[in-house]
Ligand binder design. Sequence first.
Ligand code: UDP
Length: 496
Amino acid sequence: MVSYSSKPVSSMPTAASQPYVSSRKTVPTRQAIALISEHGDPAAEIGKDAAGGQNVYVRQVGEALAKLGWQVDMFTRKTKPDDAAIVQHSPHCRTIRLVAGPEQFIPRDALFPYMPEFVEAFRAFQSKEGTHYPLVHTNYWMSAWVGLQLKQHSNIQLLHTYHSLGVVKYQTVTDRPAIAATRLAIERQILEHADCIVATSPQEQEALRKLVSEQGYVEVIPCGTDIDNFHTIPRAEARAMLGFDADDAIVLYVGRFDARKGVETLIRACAQLKQGIVNEGTGNRAVNPANLRLVIVGGSDPNGADGLERERNEQLVQSMGLAEQTVFAGQIGHTQLPLYYTAADVCVIPSHYEPFGLVAIEAMACGTPVVASDVGGLKFTVVPNETGLLVPPQDTEAFAQAIERVLSDELWAKKLRRQAPIRVQQNFSWSGVAVRLSDLYRRLLAQSISSTLLFGTATATQPERSEPLPVLKEAALAIGLTKERVTDAEKVVERC
Ligand code: UDP
């Protein structure tokens, strides 16, 4: 394993008890590796400022890998002048915020032209610290570009996790951003040129093969959750702590405010439940409208896009006559979230598109049935009739019916509540995920060493230097950067 003690040999057992004593003064320190997440700051507060699943993934994977013996440095872009340049999470895991572009929030679709500066800042950091990272794991397509630049001139093993796949995402949006073509090109380049792609579900692997490229090496290692934090708590206790009544029928949403997250579908479904439209045919009203509670958890910035989306959702709640039933709980941290999951009767994930969906496994780990859109990673994590139900995305009526089934069939819901945490414990703990990643890293590094020894070269798949560069200029001009800025970016690229 990579875990080495840095204890001096002199403090170890004597030669009398040990047949062999090395002449080295110290044994090697930990192997340093870099995780790159250009916009998803692992040290950020989760659930607001567009911080969500990617931030959680990188931070949790980083911390778990450090426990397995690696020195983990996680690189992100600095977005606030007051933010610390380095945040130490544990003795061997830290977030390093690099200055690349103005120290302010920049929407993802306008961030790419600052990536050459990111590459330069990364290199400067390496030189300053005297570190070389033989393995770089990038997250999201812009970091992929950074990784491809680094790979051109140094012997690194490059891994990539997409988190979101442009080719799938753009199927669900009507207006493609100007950066779309650049993103699609880079998502293909990284698949074909990285040493390994980490897909987080078999569905993502299939999409990569069908929609992006047949070339490239992919392994499926899912996302995980902290099962020590997300666990079952007596429901009555959780409700009492949050001020809910025992007979409330609680429907929970947890996540960012983004139209693609589908909160609108959920609000409309709850309006149907309240009016009893779901059971018009039978005349039964399993959900007492007086008991219905819609709890929406997630932070937002009043001046940001998520703030506007929250406002739109609040107006919809008003116009649908659900104001009395609905609570906008705001941003809630992971220590408090298990109370919300456990208090709820059902957690709903109405996304139009969801690459993995951490909320599904967090809810299931807390023993809460999940009603989710039948898309992406949710098809992998949620097992219909075992841990919840899957319904077509944006289908208000199907959501209303599925939610009502969980609320009204107590015996069946109890079975789901029992089975859900077992599925998570067996498949989706961060420690299990990190062991698989760690094993993959080791294999790649070993392979790199043996091919260097045998052939004098680390990999046979070095990307072409000329490929990723033209798209930068195109992208920069497309989002309206000044010509000077584009030229600056190009100069940096030349130096890279
Ligand atoms: N989250 C949180 N507090 C909130 C809202 C969300 O901690 O108020 C967390 C949530 O627990 C999950 C992450 O944000 O860990 C969202 O991840 P997911 O993969 O479900 O969605 P994404 O943000 O990647 O679209």
